[in-house]
Design a protein around this ligand. Sequence first.
Ligand SMILES: Nc1nc2c(ncn2[C@@H]2O[C@H](COP(=O)(O)OP(=O)(O)OP(=O)(O)O)[C@@H](O)[C@H]2O)c(=O)[nH]1
Ligand SMILES: [Zn+2]
Length: 312
Amino acid sequence: MTGTVIRSTGSWYVVRMEDGTTIDCRIKGKFRIQGIRSTNPVAVGDVVDFDPEEERGVITKIHDRKNYIVRKSVNLSKKTHILAANLDQAILVTTVAQPKTLYGFIDRFLATCEAYDVPAIMVFNKMDIYGEEELAELEYMKAAYGRAGYQYIETSATEGVNLDAFHDLIKGKTSLVAGHSGVGKSTLINAVEPDLDLRTQRISDAHGQGQHTTTFAEMFQLSEGGAIIDTPGIRGFGLIDMEREEIGDYFPEIFELKSDCKFHNCLHLEEPGCAVKAALDDNKLAPTRYQSYFWMVTGNEDDNPYRQDNYA
Ligand SMILES: Nc1nc2c(ncn2[C@@H]2O[C@H](COP(=O)(O)OP(=O)(O)OP(=O)(O)O)[C@@H](O)[C@H]2O)c(=O)[nH]1
Ligand SMILES: [Zn+2]
């Protein structure tokens, strides 16, 4: 039998079948998939074959993944943790205030999506509380991410602003919904899918252990088709290890400029004839985007000569 993994507690996987019923499954033996060193062999979103055994099942096969997204494992091993598989898109919910989402987090997240071929869309939530300063920063962000080619919407989950646009975004697709705690992910989703009641569902646990570990993602079906994958532990979204040379490829607007650099292997740091630095000087590249790039390449947060809060 075949189904989709909608939840995992580490040793158990809840598998949803076509007809909507679910079955608890475990895995037998070891799975080695596509050479990934991950702490979890099976992820939410995986399509699996299983043999039913009484009330429960044993996963025997994981179907090829269309894509998947990872984060660094929380423990210190070099392994990665697969957050979710078979995604149509990742929706990154951010806020300019209460709490302010930091550029470093946004840009690392987006770069990871690029690296794993998951289209990313941004939601700027809590529109209703922005004052003059926050609105100016929002304009800066829209320009910065628009230039990088990202689609975005502005919402207020509590005031009902642009919720139709948010609904249209998630309808019929499988979306990872990410963002720091408190940005309004649950409020947004509950506003367009009231029956889902994310919080209530999250607390119920098939095995009666109360609230299960929050580092695992969970998939919820949408009433009009599609599903969202909620990732409570996304706070710890660590950058996966990328080669210095490839990081620029995961910033679309930097990648676009690369062919104009004097050196084909330009890292856009101190090299002469760098088109990326020139674009930065000409105000054609958002300073915070370069700052995040610089930080990811050098590992150095402090020495960036372009560190500035310039939202003009
Ligand atoms: N003013 C304002 N408050 C909002 C908005 N959206 C959500 N909130 C509030 O922000 C707080 C956090 O919202 P949640 O939906 O729980 O945030 P979350 O992203 O799901 O947080 P976690 O579940 O911890 O990951 C709640 O008090 C919401 O009422 C909004 O658009 N405007
Ligand atoms: Zn360059």
